[in-house]
Design a protein around this ligand. Structure first.
Ligand SMILES: Cc1cc2nc3c(=O)[nH]c(=O)nc-3n(C[C@H](O)[C@H](O)[C@H](O)COP(=O)(O)OP(=O)(O)OC[C@H]3O[C@@H](n4cnc5c(N)ncnc54)[C@H](O)[C@@H]3O)c2cc1C
Length: 424
C-alpha cells in the first residue's frame, strides 16, 4: 500500500487545518487562558534540529546533531530512551561487525561499549567470525543503557521531552512548526530540520509524504521470563517471547491492542503451564509497520549483493530475517558481503528538510528485514544527525549538503563511513 504524496495546494490546506487545530486547542498567542482552563500549558521551543523518537536511531541522531553544533530537541512519546532496546526488552544490539572486522562504530558503539564496561560484562571479539550471526550481538543492561543514553544527551546539550508526540507539522519560511501534545502540555516546536526516528515514520505520515506498508506485517513480540529468578539488568539469557500477530506501532489504539493481546497470551501460558511470571516488558516490540518511499529504495538485491551506493553513509549487517506466522529462518549474507545504506534512503521522496533513520528506512520488505537491526539503526541515526546538523548550519536541505562534509563529520565523531573498513 502506498500513501499519496501531498500537492502544494493540499499542503497549504493541511497547514490551515493545523492552524485551526492549534486555535481550537487554545494554542495560539493570546489564547492562553483557554489552554490553562483545559489544564494544558502551551510552551514554545526553538531548535535547529528536532528528533522525534528516542530509540536506537533517534538517540544517536540527537547526540550526533548536538555534537556537531546544532541546537537539538528530542521528543519521545515513552518514558525513557532506547525504544525497542529498553522498553521492548531487545537488549542485545547487533551487528557491529562483519567477517572479522568492525563495520559500525561511532556513537552507538560508544554507548554500547561503555554500558557493557560499566556493567562488568564482556564484549565480543570482532576479529573472529562467529559460528552463528547472533553470537556477536552485544548484551547490554537495558537500565544502564537508558541512563547512559540520557547522560550522553545531556552532555551533548540535547534537550528531551518525554510523554510528547507530534500532532501536526507545518512548513514555515525557516523550516517547520511542529505541534506536539503531552499530558498537561501543548508544545510548538519551531525548527529547521526534522529527523523522524519513530520506527514507523509517523512524522512523514503526518506530512502525507509517501510511505510503504505490506498488507500483512511481521509479528511483534512480547518479552517475558518464567520461573527464572529475575536478575535485573541481565535478563537476556532466560528471556522468552510470544509472537503478537498483527502488532502495529502506528498509533495509540494499535499499540494498546498489541499490548493487551501480548499480555493476555502470557497470562494464558502462566495458567496453562502453572509457572511463575518473573519478568515482563512494559510494551510489545514491533518489527514492522511503515517504511518511507525515499529518494532511493534499497532492494533485497542491493542488500544481498552488498551494493556500494555512491552516497553510502554507513554499513549494515544482518541476515535477511523475515518473521512470519510460521516463525523465521534467517538467510545469512554470502561470505564477504557487507550492505551499505545510502543517504537518499533516509530522505522521503521529493521532500525538503526532513530525514528518517531506523527501521523506517526506504527499503523493500526483505531488505528491511535485515536493515532494521539496532546497530544499523544506530549508524543510520548518526548519519541523519550529521546531515541534519550540517543542513541547519548551511540553511539548506540535507540532499544539498556535500557528501564529503557529512563523511568528514561522521568520521570526526568515530563513525565508520563506506568504503572505510568494509571490504577485505
Ligand atoms: C522482538 C524483536 C526482536 C528483535 N531482535 C533483534 C536482535 O536480536 N538484534 C537487533 O539488533 N535488533 C533486533 N530487533 C530489531 C530492532 O530492535 C529494531 O528494529 C530497532 O530497535 C528499531 O530501532 P528504531 O530506532 O527504528 O525504533 P525504536 O527502537 O522502536 O524506537 C522508536 C522510538 O520512537 C518512539 N515513538 C514512536 N512513535 C512516536 C511518536 N509519534 N512521537 C514520539 N515518539 C515516538 C518510540 O516510543 C520509540 O522510543 C528486534 C525487534 C523486535 C521487535
Amino acid at each position: 500500500m502506498k500513501e499519496r504524496a501531498m500537492g502544494r495546494r493540499e499542503l497549504l490546506r493541511f497547514s490551515a487545518a493545523g492552524a485551526a487545530l492549534a486555535t481550537a486547542a487554545g494554542a495560539s498567542q493570546g489564547d492562553t487562558p483557554e489552554s490553562e482552563r483545559a489544564g494544558a500549558k502551551t510552551v514554545t521551543t526553538h531548535a535547529d534540529v528536532l528528533v522525534v523518537g528516542g530509540g536506537a536511531a533517534g538517540t544517536m541522531a540527537a547526540i550526533q546533531s548536538a555534537r556537531a553544533g546544532a541546537d537539538t530537541f528530542l521528543v519521545e512519546r515513552g518514558t525513557q530512551l532506547g525504544g525497542t532496546t529498553t522498553t521492548g526488552g531487545v537488549a542485545f544490539p547487533g551487528l557491529f561487525d562483519a567477517w572479522g572486522r568492525q563495520i559500525i562504530a561511532g556513537i552507538g558503539w560508544e554507548l554500547v561499549r561503555e554500558c557493557v564496561e560499566l556493567d562488568g560484562g564482556a564484549l565480543p571479539d570482532f576479529s573472529k567470525v562467529p559460528e552463528h550471526h547472533w553470537m556477536n550481538q552485544v548484551r547490554v543492561n537495558p537500565f544502564l543503557y537508558a541512563l547512559l543514553a540520557e547522560e550522553k544527551c545531556a552532555q551533548a546539550g540535547v534537550r528531551i521531552a518525554y510523554y510528547e508526540f507530534p500532532q501536526s507539522v507545518r512548513e514555515t519560511a525557516e523550516g517547520w512548526m511542529v505541534e506536539c501534545a503531552g499530558f498537561g502540555t501543548r508544545r510548538r516546536v519551531f525548527c529547521r530540520q526534522i529527523i523522524d526516528c519513530t520506527g514507523g515514520a509517523e512524522v512523514v505520515g503526518l506530512l502525507n509524504l509517501p510511505r510503504l506498508r505490506e498488507a500483512e506485517t511481521q509479528p511483534g513480540s512480547m518479552l517475558f521470563m518464567l520461573d527464572t529468578p529475575d536478575d535485573p539488568g541481565r535478563p537476556a539469557g532466560a528471556l522468552e517471547s510470544l509472537y503478537v500477530h498483527g502488532a502495529d506501532s502506528t498509533n495509540s489504539r494499535t499499540v494498546t491492542e498489541a499490548n493487551l493481546a501480548g499480555r493476555k497470551s502470557i497470562l494464558e501460558k502462566v495458567r496453562r503451564e502453572k509457572r511463575r511470571l518473573t519478568h515482563l516488558q512494559p510494551e510489545a516490540g514491533f518489527r514492522e509497520s511503515f517504511r518511507i518511499d525515499g529518494e532511493t529504495l534499497v532492494t533485497v538485491d542491493d542488500y544481498t549483493s552488498g551494493r556500494m551506493f555512491d552516497d553510502a553513509v554507513c554499513y549494515a549487517f544482518y541476515p535477511v530475517d523475515l518473521h512470519t506466522r510460521g516463525g523465521v529462518t534467517p538467510k545469512p549474507l554470502r561470505q564477504g558481503i557487507v550492505p551499505t545504506v545510502p543517504l537518499r534512503a533516509l530522505i522521503p521522496k521529493r521532500s525538503r528538510n526532513i530525514l528518517v533513520a531506523g527501521r523506517c528506512v526506504s527499503s523493500d520488505r526483505l531488505a528491511n528485514s535485515g536493515l532494521r537491526v539496532q546497530a544499523s539503526c544506530m549508524a543510520m541515526g548518526q548519519a541523519a544527525g550529521a546531515a541534519a546538523a550540517l543542513a541547519a548550519r548551511e540553511n539548506t536541505t540535507p540532499l544539498n549538503v556535500p557528501l564529503e562534509e557529512i563523511g568528514k563529520t561522521l568520521r570526526m565523531h568515530g563513525a565508520i563511513v563506506p568504503p572505510d573498513n568494509g571490504r577485505g
